[in-house]
Write a protein that binds this ligand. Structure first.
Ligand code: SF4
Length: 378
């Protein structure tokens, strides 16, 4: 088979999976509150803890769908999902019961967390309930991380998150932690020492992997001040830093081939908001096109098929850009005028990158749910 024919057939398979009734991916926001106030965050934290009727609706929906499902993925997202740990445990306990009565259903569950509350006892409880994959973001070096990823009440966060990771390393449980490293023009030259620390701490442990990602403007109030890499710098910087991680013996996240459908492009994937709204994408949460329906307490879902059509258009057109990121052209984050001048943006950091390299989602973090991070989008 020619490589063109092979990629057409892979795309056909990917599209079939995105349309299949035997798969379901729910990205659940058990709370939209957060204990951090990252300077680049695009969320507004208005919807707090998930309402009991929405939790009931999720559990009822899952019970109804379970007999026909081969694959169920539940991604915990927020806000900071661990602020609603009891809700995660409640739903995952129900999922475990459903798995017992529906042995053909294969379940995967992950969480995108800032890591502050992910102590070893908490993680082990969740792992035992099936939440086995975690994505945790860093904005190295440490002093910068503590400036950018700051607690809501004020105060540093790096040391505690790092301690949590070291404690988890001592656990015998099976899990996967993706250490997500954000890069922009200001810190690209200072990532290497952090990679050294990661290698010393986790290099020999295959349960930890590195994902290096550029910071992006995703609609947050501070977007104009983000010193993001431009499109021509992005690729070489990422390639060099990723190669640097591999050369230190670190495991790096494998990205899917170009054109792979994002979770938002799939017909069987929904974001469940804390107030019961259904979105398609975890960015641009308040864009009208990104609010495609609602889950009701009886487990039924009310979906606007016209809006859904915008998100899953790539499944019929086959246009790679519409599969990779259907948000573009459909629910783009609001553009905010840049406050930094071009001259300022072109200054120092890139000049000081070692080894000739020039050069971190809810981020400017595009925080993609960790199970879907392979799509390389938030
Ligand atoms: S980026 Fe994540 S951890 Fe930071 S304030 Fe936003 S929701 Fe919280």
């Amino acid at each position: 088979m020619s490589s063109d024919a092979a990629s057409r057939s892979t795309l056909k398979e990917a599209v079939a999976t995105c349309l299949s009734n035997d798969s379901l991916h729910l990205i659940v926001l058990p709370t939209e509150a957060c204990n951090f106030r990252c300077t680049y965050c695009y969320e507004d934290f208005r919807a707090a803890r998930m309402r009991p009727g929405t939790v009931r609706g999720i559990k009822t929906l899952l019970a109804r769908r379970a007999p026909g499902l081969r694959r169920l993925t539940i991604s915990w997202f927020g806000g900071e999902p661990l602020l609603a740990l009891d809700l995660i445990e409640d739903v995952m306990t129900r999922v475990r019961e459903l798995t017992r009565s529906n042995p053909e259903m294969c379940v995967a569950s992950d969480a995108t967390t800032n890591g502050y509350l992910l102590t070893r006892p908490v993680a082990e409880r969740l792992i035992d309930l099936g939440v086995t994959r975690y994505q945790i973001s860093f904005d190295p070096p440490r002093e910068r991380h503590d400036r950018l990823r700051v607690r809501k009440a004020g105060g540093a966060t790096f040391d505690r998150i790092w301690r949590n990771l070291l404690a988890l390393r001592a656990s015998t449980r099976d899990f996967r932690i993706t250490i997500r490293i954000h890069v922009d023009r200001k810190n690209a030259a200072f990532i290497d020492p952090f990679l050294d620390d990661c290698a010393a701490a986790f290099g020999s442990d295959t349960r930890f992997e590195i994902f290096i990602r550029t910071l992006a403007r995703l609609g947050g109030a501070n977007d104009p001040d983000l010193d993001v890499l431009d499109s021509t710098d992005e690729r070489p910087v990422l390639e060099q830093l990723r190669a640097g991680a591999r050369s230190r013996g670190l495991h790096t996240l494998q990205l899917p081939p170009p054109g792979s459908p994002c979770y938002a492009a799939r017909a069987n994937s929904y974001v469940v908001r804390a107030d019961g709204r259904l979105n398609k994408c975890t960015v641009s949460l308040e864009h009208p096109n990104n609010q495609v329906g609602r889950i009701l307490a009886d487990g039924t879902v009310d979906v606007d098929s016209a809006k859904m059509g915008l998100w899953i258009r790539g499944l019929t057109t086959g246009i790679p850009a519409e599969l990779e990121c259907p948000m573009k052209g459909c629910a783009d984050p609001p553009a905010r005028p840049r406050r930094t001048s071009v001259l300022t943006a072109l200054s120092a950091p890139l000049d000081h990158v070692e080894g000739g390299v020039r050069g971190a989602p809810k981020t400017g973090e595009s925080r993609s749910p960790s199970a879907s991070v392979e799509s390389d989008f938030r």
